[in-house]
Design a protein. Sequence first.
Length: 167
Amino acid sequence: MSAYRDGDKVVVMLPSRLSKAEEEQWIATILQRLADRERRRRPSDADLEARAHELSRRHLGGRAVPASVRWVDNQRTRWGSCTPDDGTIRLSTRLRGMPSWVVDYVLIHELAHLLVPGHGADFWELVGRYPKTERARGYLEGVAAAAHLPMETGAADEDDLRHGVAG
Ligand SMILES: [Zn+2]
C-alpha cells in the first residue's frame, strides 16, 4: 500500500482484493496521514514564529525576541533575512518541505542577527550553539548547488544577507 502526490492529485496504490468499502476507508486514512505529514513539514507563519521563540529560549538564552517571523516567496537568492531595526524575520518559502533541523538553522541564523549584525566570530559563536549548524549549512549548500541557485556563488554565506535591507 502506498501513496504519493502527482501534481494536484494523490495517487494511492491498494491491493486489488479490497472491497469498495475497505478501499474508501483506506483512502481516507492515507489522505489524512499525508495531510498530517505535509502540515508538519510546512509550518504556518504562526508555527514558524512559535518555533523561533522556542529556539531563542533554548539556544540563545531567550535574548533574541523577533517582532514577527513569516514566510515570503519573493526571496529568490536568500534563505532568510532579518531587519534588526524592527525585529522582523522572513524565511524563503523555498525552505518549506526541507527537514525541520534545516529550517531551525535558518531561524537561529536570523535570530542571532537580531543580536549581532554581520558574520564575525561572535556571530558564529552564537549560531554554533545550535548543534546542527554545520550539517544544515552543508545541506543548504548542496541544495543550492544542485538547483544552480545564485546562492551557490554567494560570497559570504548561504543566506547572502544584506542586513537591514528588507525583501
Ligand atoms: Zn547572515
